[in-house]
Design a protein around this ligand. Sequence first.
Ligand SMILES: NC(=O)c1ccc[n+]([C@@H]2O[C@H](COP(=O)([O-])OP(=O)(O)OC[C@H]3O[C@@H](n4cnc5c(N)ncnc54)[C@H](O)[C@@H]3O)[C@@H](O)[C@H]2O)c1
Length: 422
Amino acid sequence: MADRYLRLTGTGPGRFVARRLGLPLPTPLRRWSAGTPELPGPVLRLTAGEPAPAPAPAPTGEPYGGVVVDATALAEPADLHGLHATLHPLARSLAPCGRIVLLGARPQDGGLAHAATHQALEGFTRSLGKEIGRGGTVNLLRLAPGAVPGSALDFLLSPRSAYVSGQVVEVGPAPEVPAAAGPRTALVTGAARGIGAAVAETLVRGGADVVLLDVPQAGEALAAVAARLGGRALTLDITADDAGERLAAALPDGLDVLVHNAGITRDRKLANMPAERFDTVVDVNLGAVLRTTAALLKAGTLRDHGRIVGTASIAGIAGNVGQTNYAASKAGIIGWVRALAADGEVRGRGITANAVAPGFIETAMTAAVPVVVREAGRRMNSLGQGGLPVDVAETVGWLADAASGGVNGQVVRVCGQSLLGA
Ligand SMILES: NC(=O)c1ccc[n+]([C@@H]2O[C@H](COP(=O)([O-])OP(=O)(O)OC[C@H]3O[C@@H](n4cnc5c(N)ncnc54)[C@H](O)[C@@H]3O)[C@@H](O)[C@H]2O)c1
């Protein structure tokens, strides 16, 4: 469903009227494309406390497209002054759709003052994300001892992270990944349409051989997407008792990337919800995810340094009226990836488990939402608009990257910094 308001305010007359009426003016986001792979200006790298070169434009005369502030050395609350000193002169002069990334330490890796100071970075990040405007994003990477920002910083400093803002992501030391002999193999569930089809497309773009899975009823659409992308279609209901074994049989050469995207909603308030409706959602969105992953691990299908990406939702963080079933299943995904990431055996094999938590994304699922709720969902975030399937797909692509071994047990919201669950 098209966002007509965003389209209208993208025109001169539309912007004029919206401004006169005091209505929000969302900035059309600059997303990755082969023609615009980079940020809209150079990236400035500073240490907290280091004054920004003034005035703000880069030596080339363009505004900065991104600013990285290394705050890892902050030790006590008074040091937070350094954030003000560095970013105050820049806050108004970043290019539209620019990026600010703070690098901090994990609060638990020092004493009391260190913990307070590095937790403070989170509040700073989330507030600046709400202030920055003009399609800009602000995120925080917390580096564990010995970790480097790596693929996480690359992602946050690129147009691929257009709808990711206000996020705090922890990065640990990345185990070395041996060079792959050939293309990696990826499986994406629920790939016949929406976010799953976009994830498959992004993984194909990254060079993977992609197997696209969906229910038999969606077989025709699935075949069309698979043919368009040059992937392989596999029709299977992931809740089938033998789904895991059938997947293992369909992937005899192994699997590197497992993306659990298939999901359903069956909304109704708990007082009106039949048990069957409740159980179906929990089984598709959560039960089947656990069973099929366990089967693929047991069969040895998922290779060392594999990447598992689950799909949560901001409903699983904030809760939502009519979604006790859905929110329970999506919160369950968060608990599951965290536990899986901490599992000694899985960890020891270099396999990571993370989740994306989409906010309001323009898909068939959200097109079915009543119009007032839909409009509220679109605007109630720092970027003033809904995300697109590709925004979630780009985030999955980053988490699934062989270079993302230091990102493990993380839940990354792709929600434009939604006010829900913030
Ligand atoms: N669209 C959003 O705003 C949004 C927000 C938060 C989370 N999500 C999550 O993102 C994922 C994708 O959402 P979407 O909007 O693209 O949904 P969608 O309904 O457009 O697509 C979901 C796909 O999953 C498939 N599927 C459902 N049950 C299945 C089963 N048992 N076996 C195999 N495939 C099955 C469907 O046939 C469909 O093709 C879901 O997990 C959803 O909960 C979406």
